[in-house]
Every structure is written in structure tokens, then in C-alpha cells.
Design a protein around this ligand. Structure first.
Ligand code: WTA
Length: 634
């Protein structure tokens, strides 16, 4: 399999492709798209109107992404390994499936979906641990044109129910239980609890992972292995329009409930492949591993779609970086001879804190490119990764992107181009980022911080927020006329390399996972003892940001510790363990202006441990509350 023409092979080549992509985006992306398998060619490459958030790519083209991920590779590469699955327990046997085998399994799973009443356009919620059937499930949906909505299996029953209801999912795909490190979680029970308040779901397909006893509701719940016995492996791919929905993925914003980001078939396919090949510089026979969970966008694009579109071997890992010991990642790299390794800064920091000996006992000789994603990487972690993992030999690709962007937007492309710690680098070909000042004017001064926005569409951008297009317009396209607004702040150095500073809205990034402060406040406020709360992020050594909650209680019944534990429990029930507040300060009031707006600036400073310069507090309704808060800070 030869690399296509659009795979960059030098920094000069990058610059060439970049200018072509900006001078004539339609020609550039039209040419890239030619290398895929289409049932029918498109009529126009890109039509767009940022004001109405109406964007289409490869209009009226017909394709099926799974034909491009699987069938297309069968004649020449059917026997190449597509997926390697490494279980949580290193003593359990790994799984290795060729493209032919994966194709076969996807077709059979797809037939199970059809037999159980699922059809094109139906939304299927997938709530599964990192088992190989998850990859199969995602592709099986895409095969028949069902829209997958993967929900991270760490979310609570409430959070799952919200997502099922918002998308009116018809079916849920899940497993009996899951193993993660020493934890064993009864996944099916969470689904059962969620479904008590979901009326749209008529079928649940359950994968057997743990063989624990689970309740199966007659007429609703079926076992995957039993259903597979009833179907064959012939499942023609459903022809999809380029702009038909491929998937929904829920993510948090600064207001309201999480929104369903919608990605469509054609553009997403083209950009997933394009960005994967370029950033990771994947070569034939390389083994590529991304440690993310498929419950997040990184897993969608860079475990499943990008690698498989490119005909790569992709590794999927069920467990956690520290089980059975903090050398687990490196042991897996050596075991399979991983060439490209992609993880999150929070994992790097957590492993760094465990001591160098765990990484130094592995050779890591096979590594060629190592990457990070999800949050800004601090200098110390960057160097540790570069020196101990990359052995100062592998380029570190610091990849900036978002659920909404579908694929990596700013990053070095392997070793082509300069690398500078804490700088994500240059935009990929076809991506036109700009910095805006508060008035929405573009500027190019170096070292000046601004709002990061994108001024031209790219194929894998979001198309809408499910069921509420106005919300999509308001969130992304109305802050600055004519731009997609990212919600991130950034600056550029004198050479034009981008450094991402972090969110400028009320979104906090905990271990690379996004939460709206309002979403956590809503959860906390569900506790009957809570009158009001305000949540802010603060710098955290491992997680990047920790969650700091200021809480006003009604009538205090329990002592403070019990109360705090109950508040944490409420958040775990409403959202999941991942959103647990790290610190809870019980307060008698919040710093509010006369118009009732909480002055978060003050709360952030206190949470950061900086009470020296709180700025002007004279406009507060009750300035004295600030003293109480600073004195009681944790
Ligand atoms: C942040 C994850 C700095 C950023 C793919 C963005 C980053 C949010 C980086 C999206 C990076 C992601 N450097 N910050 N390399 N990558 N972010 O939707 O704030 O889970 O807006 O997508 O993560 O998070 P999401």
C-alpha cells in the first residue's frame, strides 16, 4: 500500500500543500477525496454559510465509510492485522483480527442490528467498555447507516439517560460488566437503571465480557453471542449521502446540558484519514496505539476511523496506565513493537509522578512518533515524555483539536517541521486558524494572547448540535461574525507557531475531559441540602485542572465532612466519578454583583490560592463575603 500524494514528506512539502489548500480549498480537498471509494461522485466540494452554520462537503456524493475502512483493503491487505486488543489483565490472552476478520465481524454485528429492528437513520447508543466489540459495534452502525452515539462507560445512569433521551436512541449496545485496573463495574446494571427513564429504547444488545449474572428483560434484552449465531456475514454497506449523519457525540459547553455534536459521513471520512496519516506519519507495517477511550472523540477518530481508513494496525487497550504497575503502557509498547504512541498529558504526569524506573526498564526502541492530546502540556511533562519515552529521538506531536473539529487541527506532522515544548505548532493543510481580539479583529502580533477562531470550513467540522441548530449557531458562529469560535485562547510566536493557553469560557478541562461549570453546579444543586453553588477550575498537578466547588447549604443537618461526602455522591450519581469535585468549600454566600452575577474571577483566584490581588470588589452586593471566602479557602 503506497502512501497517497497528500501524505506530507518534508517541511517544504507541508508548506507547499498548505498554500495550495488555502489558495484553492475546493481543488485541494476534491483531489484528496478522489482517493476514497465513492458510490457516486459529489456535485460540489464545499458549500458554506457560517452565519447560519450551514456547511456541506462533497454534496450529493454517496459512500459508506466502512467500505473505505474495510472492504477497500481486502484485496491487497485482507490478511494484515487491523486491530490488536490488549486486555486489562496482562495474563489474559490478547486478540488480533485481520482486516478480513474485522470485516466479517462488522457485517455479522450489522446483521444482528438489522434483525433486531435497527435501520438507517436510527440512533444507537453504545455504552461499552474498551473491548474489541466496541470497535465492531461502531462500524456495524456505520455499515447500515445507523447513527452511533457512544457514551463513555464511566458516565452515570443519569448522564446516560440524558444522552439517550436527547437523541431518542432506539437501541442500546452494552456489555455485562467491565474490568479497569482493579475495578469491576456492572455496566448492564447502569443501563437498566438509565432505561427506567428512557422510553425510546426498544432493544438492548449485550456483549458478554465478564460472564457475571445479569438480568435480561424479556423482549428487550438479547445476548450478542446468541444473536450472532442466527445471522450470516453478508451485509452490503448502505449507500450514505456525504451529509447523512455518521455519529453524535455529546460534549460539555459553558451553558446548559451537554450537546450532541453531529458529524457526517463524507467530510469526516476524508479528514480522519488525511490527518491520521500526516500527523503520525504512519508507514505500511507500523503498529499504532492511541490510549484514549472510544467514548471520547479521540477514540472515534484516532482508534477507529483514521487508522482503519488508512489501512493501519491499531491497538486498543482495555485497562489503565497504572495496572498492574506504572510500567504498563511501556510494556505494551515493547510487546507489540508500537511505532506511534498517542496519549494525554494527564497520563504522562501521573506516570512521571511514579518515578522513572518504570519507564527505564523498557526499551521503547520501536517508537517513532509520540503524541499528546486533550489539554495543554506543561514543559516538565513535555521534557519527561521527550527524554524518557521518546529517548530524544522521537518527535512529540502536540495535537490541538476538539470534539467539534472531528480531527487534529494544529500539530507538527511527525518530524516534519519545528518542535517546541508547549507549542502545538502549525495548522494542518486546509486549516485556517486566526487570533481575534475582544472586538473580533484578526491580529498577527507575536506573543499576544487572543481568541482562537477558524475562518474557513474544513471537511470534518461539526454540522449541527443534535436537535437544536440554533444552539450550534449561538455557541460557535455568533461570537465573531464569519468565524468558527473554538472557546480557546492562544498566542503565536514570532515564527507563527501556535501555543494553546486553554479555555476562555466556563469550561474546565479535568484530565483532558471537558465539563461545563454550570453542568457540575446543576449536579451539586440536586442535593437537597444545597441552596446554591459555584464551580471553578484550579491548577492541579496531575489532572491539569481540578474542580473547586463553593457551596451554600440550606439547613445544616450533617457535619461538614458528611455533607461534603454527600455532595460528592450527588455529582457521581448525576454525572459520574470523573466529575467529582476535588475541593468543596462550604460558604454562607457567593460574591455577586448587584445584578446577581457571580464574580467568578474572585472565586478562581481564591481556588488558585492567590488572594493577594482580588481586584475591585466594590461593585459587589456584599463585599464582606470575600473575606469569609478567602479565610475559609482550602
Ligand atoms: C483542549 C479533545 C491544548 C482545548 C480532542 C480544546 C488542548 C478541548 C489540546 C477540546 C492541546 C485539546 N493543547 N489544549 N493539544 N487538545 N485541548 O472536545 O481546550 O474533548 O478546546 O477534544 O481540549 O476537548 P475535546
Amino acid at each position: 500500500m503506497e502512501s497517497p500524494w497528500y501524505r506530507v514528506n518534508s517541511f517544504e512539502h507541508y508548506k507547499q500543500l498548505y498554500s495550495q489548500s488555502v489558495e484553492n480549498p475546493d481543488k485541494f480537498w476534491g483531489d484528496v477525496a478522489e482517493s476514497f471509494r465513492w458510490r457516486k461522485k459529489w456535485d460540489s466540494v464545499c458549500e458554506w454559510d457560517f452565519n447560519q452554520a450551514n456547511i456541506s462537503w462533497f454534496k450529493n456524493g454517496k459512500l459508506n465509510i466502512t467500505e473505505n475502512c474495510l472492504d477497500r483493503h481486502l484485496s491487497e491487505n485482507g490478511d494484515k492485522v487491523a486491530l490488536i486488543w490488549e486486555p486489562n489483565d496482562p495474563k489474559e490472552k490478547y486478540i488480533q483480527w485481520t482486516y478480513r476478520e474485522l470485516h466479517n465481524r462488522v457485517c455479522r454485528f450489522a446483521n444482528v442490528l438489522k434483525e433486531n429492528g435497527c435501520k438507517k437513520g436510527d440512533v444507537v447508543a453504545i455504552y461499552m467498555p474498551m473491548i474489541p466489540e466496541l470497535t465492531v459495534a461502531v462500524l456495524a452502525c456505520a455499515r447500515i447507516g445507523a447513527v452511533h452515539s457512544v457514551v463513555f462507560a464511566g458516565f452515570s445512569a443519569h448522564a446516560l439517560a440524558d444522552r439517550i433521551n436527547d437523541a431518542q436512541a432506539k437501541m442500546v449496545l452494552t456489555s455485562d460488566g467491565l474490568y479497569r485496573g482493579l475495578k469491576e463495574i456492572p455496566v448492564k446494571r447502569v443501563v437498566d437503571e438509565a432505561l427506567l427513564i428512557c422510553s425510546s429504547v426498544s432493544k438492548v444488545v449485550v456483549v458478554q465480557r465478564t460472564s457475571w449474572a445479569v438480568k435480561m428483560k424479556p423482549g428487550r434484552d438479547v445476548w450478542l453471542h446468541e444473536e450472532l449465531d442466527k445471522v450470516d456475514s453478508d451485509c452490503p454497506a448502505e449507500p450514505m449521502d456525504s451529509e447523512d449523519m455518521l455519529f453524535i457525540l455529546y460534549t460539555s459547553g459553558s451553558t446548559g446540558k451537554p450537546k450532541g455534536i453531529v458529524h457526517t459521513c463524507g467530510g469526516y471520512m476524508v479528514y480522519a484519514d488525511f490527518s491520521f496519516r500526516n500527523v503520525f506519519q504512519y508507514d505500511e507495517n507500523d503498529i499504532y496505539w492511541c490510549t484514549a477511550d472510544i467514548g471520547w472523540v479521540t477514540g472515534h477518530t484516532y482508534i477507529v476511523y483514521g487508522p482503519l481508513l488508512s489501512g493501519a494496525t491499531t491497538v486498543m487497550f482495555e485497562g489503565v496506565p497504572t495496572y498492574p504497575d506504572p510500567g504498563r503502557f511501556w510494556q505494551i509498547c515493547d510487546k507489540y513493537g508500537v511505532n506511534q504512541f498517542y496519549t494525554a498529558p494527564t497520563a504522562i504526569r501521573a506516570l512521571m509522578a511514579q518515578g522513572d524506573e518504570h519507564v527505564l526498564s523498557y526499551s521503547l526502541d520501536s517508537l517513532k512518533v509520540i503524541g499528546t492530546v486533550g489539554e495543554p502540556i506543561n514543559e516538565e511533562a513535555w521534557y519527561w515524555y521527550h527524554v524518557h519515552v521518546g529517548k530524544e529521538r522521537c518527535p512529540v506531536v502536540d495535537t490541538w483539536w476538539q470534539t467539534e473539529t472531528g480531527g487534529i487541527m494544529i500539530s507538527a506532522l511527525g518530524d516534519h517541521g519545528p518542535h517546541k515544548p508547549t507549542y502545538a505548532g502549525y495548522p494542518l493543510p486546509g486549516i485556517q486558524p486566526v487570533l481575534l481580539d475582544g472586538e473580533g479583529n484578526e491580529f498577527s502580533d507575536s506573543d499576544k494572547e487572543g481568541y482562537l477562531a477558524i475562518k474557513h470550513p474544513w471537511p470534518s467540522m461539526l454540522r449541527t448540535t443534535y436537535g437544536d441548530h440554533q444552539r450550534c449557531i449561538n455557541t460557535y458562529f455568533s461570537h465573531y461574525n464569519g468565524y468558527y469560535f473554538t472557546g480557546d485562547g492562544a498566542k503565536r510566536d514570532e515564527n507563527g507557531m501556535f501555543r494553546i493557553i486553554g479555555r476562555v469560557d466556563d469550561v474546565i478541562n479535568v484530565s483532558g475531559h471537558r465539563f461545563g461549570t454550570a453542568e457540575i453546579e446543576d449536579a451539586i444543586n440536586r442535593n437537597p441540602q444545597v441552596a446554591e453553588s459555584a464551580v471553578v477550575g484550579y491548577p492541579h498537578d496531575i489532572k491539569g485542572q481540578g474542580i473547586y466547588a463553593y457551596v451554600i447549604v440550606r439547613d445544616r443537618i450533617d457535619d461538614d465532612e458528611v455533607l461534603r461526602a454527600e455532595i460528592v455522591e450527588t455529582v457521581v450519581e448525576e454525572i459520574g466519578k470523573i466529575a467529582k469535585p476535588d475541593k468543596i468549600q462550604l460558604v454562607s454566600g457567593l460574591p455577586k454583583t448587584r445584578s446577581g452575577k457571580i464574580m467568578r474571577r474572585i472565586l478562581r483566584k481564591v481556588a488558585e490560592g492567590d488572594t493577594t490581588n482580588l481586584g475591585d470588589t466594590s461593585t459587589l452586593l456584599d463585599p464582606k463575603i470575600v473575606d469569609e471566602i478567602t479565610e475559609g479557602a482550602i
